[in-house]
Design a protein around this ligand. Structure first.
Ligand code: HEC
Ligand code: HEC
Length: 227
C-alpha cells in the first residue's frame, strides 16, 4: 500500500517533469526556440514582439491569439507560403503554437499599460485627404473597394480573431501581404475577402495604404463585432 502510493507519487512527479521539458512555455520558446529545431522568435520578431520594420518581419505583440495561431497553422500546412516561417511552424506542435500565440497576444497588454496614450481602439483617425488615408477610411466604392477600417477597426487595431491589427505593422510587411494575395502565395483566408480586395489595388494603392497604417501607433485589438 505504502510502496504503491509512494510509487504513484514518484510517477506523477516524473510525468510532471517530462511535461515541463516537452512543452516549454511560450516565453521560453520565443526566447530560446525548442529542441526540435524551432529557432528563437525574438531573432526576427524582436525582444518584445515588435517586429523588424526594415526586414518586413511582422509585429506579433498584441495581435489576437486566435489569429496568430491560425497563421502558424497556415504556414505549417503550406496554405500560406513563406520560406522562413514554414520550417519554423512545422517545428512547433499544436500546444506550442497555442502557447506562443497566447504569449505574443499578451505582450500587447503591457504596451497599453506602459503607454496608455496609444489605447485608441475605437477612435477613428481623421482623413487627411492623402490617397492612403482616403482608401483606408473611405474606400473606393466605384471600384467596389470598401474602407479597410470597416473590417480592421476604426483605428486599424483589429477586430476579434478574424480581422488582424494593421496599425503599427511596417509598410514593407503590409505591402508584402497585399502582393502575396495578388500573386496567390497567401491563401485567400476567411471568405476570400483579402484576395478580392488586393486584386483591386494598384501598385500605388498598395504603397499608399501600407504607409498610412504603418504610421498609426499599435494598439490593442477590440474584442467587439465589426464596426
Ligand atoms: C528567420 C526569421 C524568423 C523567425 C526566427 C521567426 N519568424 Fe515568424 N515571420 C517571419 C517572416 C518573414 C514573417 C512574414 C511572412 C510573410 O510575409 O508571409 C513571419 C510571420 C509570422 C507570423 C504571422 C504574423 C501575421 O501578422 O500574420 C507569425 C504568427 C509568426 N511569424 C510567428 C513566429 C514564431 C512564434 C516564431 C518563433 C517560434 C517565429 N515566427 C520565428 C520571420 C521569422
Ligand atoms: C471585408 C473585410 C475586409 C476589408 C474591407 C479589408 N480587410 Fe484586410 N483582412 C481581412 C481578413 C479577414 C484578414 C485575415 C486574412 C487571413 O486570415 O489570412 C485580413 C488581413 C489583412 C492583412 C494581413 C495582416 C497580417 O497581420 O498579416 C493586411 C495587410 C490587410 N488585411 C490589409 C487590408 C487593407 C490595406 C485593406 C483596405 C484596402 C483591407 N485589408 C480591407 C478582411 C478585410
Amino acid at each position: 500500500m505504502r510502496t504503491s502510493s509512494g510509487a504513484s507519487v514518484l510517477c506523477g512527479l516524473m510525468l510532471a517533469a517530462a511535461v515541463t521539458v516537452t512543452y516549454a512555455d511560450g516565453a521560453g520558446i520565443a526566447l530560446k526556440g525548442n529542441d526540435r529545431g524551432a529557432p528563437a522568435c525574438i531573432a526576427c520578431h524582436g525582444a518584445q514582439g515588435e517586429g523588424n520594420a526594415a526586414s518586413g518581419f511582422p509585429r506579433l505583440a498584441g495581435l489576437d491569439a486566435g489569429y496568430l495561431q491560425t497563421q502558424m497553422e497556415a504556414f505549417a500546412s503550406g496554405k500560406r507560403k513563406n520560406a522562413m516561417m514554414a520550417p519554423i511552424a512545422l517545428a512547433l506542435d499544436a500546444t506550442e503554437r497555442k502557447q506562443l500565440a497566447d504569449y505574443y497576444s499578451g505582450l500587447g497588454r503591457s504596451i497599453s499599460v506602459v503607454k496608455p496614450a496609444v489605447r485608441q481602439a475605437d477612435v477613428a483617425a481623421p482623413d487627411s485627404g492623402e490617397p492612403g488615408a482616403h482608401l483606408a477610411l473611405k474606400g473606393r466604392w466605384g471600384d467596389g473597394l470598401p474602407a479597410c477600417v470597416q473590417c480592421h477597426g476604426s483605428s486599424g487595431a483589429g477586430v476579434g480573431s478574424v480581422f488582424p491589427a494593421l496599425a503599427g505593422q511596417s509598410a514593407l510587411y503590409i505591402e508584402n501581404q497585399l502582393r502575396a494575395w495578388q500573386q496567390g502565395t497567401r491563401a485567400p483566408g476567411p471568405l476570400g475577402l483579402m484576395k478580392v480586395i488586393s486584386d483591386k489595388l494598384s501598385a500605388d494603392d498598395v504603397r499608399d495604404v501600407a504607409a498610412y497604417f504603418a504610421a498609426l501607433p499599435p494598439s490593442r485589438a477590440s474584442k467587439g463585432v465589426m464596426p
